[in-house]
Design a protein around this ligand. Sequence first.
Ligand code: APR
Length: 234
Amino acid sequence: MKKKLVVSSGAGISAESGMMTYRDAGGLWDTYPVMEVASAEGFAANPPLIHEFYSNMRKKMTANIKPNAAHLGLVELEKYFDVNIITQNVDDLHERAGSSHVLHLHGELMKMRSMKHPERIYQLPCDQLTDKGLVTTVDTRDPYGDPVRPHIVFFGESVPEFEPAAALVQQADILVVIGTSLVVYPAAALIQYARRETEVYYIDPNPASVPDWVHVIPKKATEGVAELITLLTK
Ligand code: APR
């Protein structure tokens, strides 16, 4: 029976793939007024602006943005552990790296959903990745003619996947937090759900302050994950 290893990843794990983080210098929230483009009120006030913001983010998911060695290292760990990935990221780099179990706390960039029937979720045609980026002329209506919205959790909205994520952390033998500033809740609270006997690691070159029972690896994700694999498999 393999030990359960749970990963909680943030924007930092995608940084070395070329994706911007949110709060590093020059990050997304330096460029866009976060509460206008990522909040429920912002979307209600100006849907075209939000569709443009996420289309621009998809544009960045050009053919050049690929999973990096950190994403691939987490797939490698599946040889040794029962791995579950919880991510705050809306990109699909964990999936494209080959991770078997990925849970998106804040939604998925490549999906839209009906505003009238939220259970109707549409995968964007990601086979249209070009060197100019994903085809971003996203229809804002679904085949039924109903308006659609990004399948993203906006600030001010509930995080329906949090309970299942917390349950995964509670069952974890090892928890690995990677590349998150730990400022956005409830995602930042996941670390508190680890049992006393759970080994907790935090990989981040500029780590936020964490309790002293957390093993901090103050390195970039690619280096930190490589170090962790050596540590956990020796
Ligand atoms: N490797 C690992 N971590 C890195 C790297 C790297 N190469 N580069 C930067 N980081 C770290 C930063 O030190 C920081 O701690 O990644 C973290 C990025 O923090 P944020 O930009 O705040 O991203 P995140 O924590 O994922 O944001 C959480 O906020 O805006 C919302 O919904 C959005 O999911 C997002 C949430």
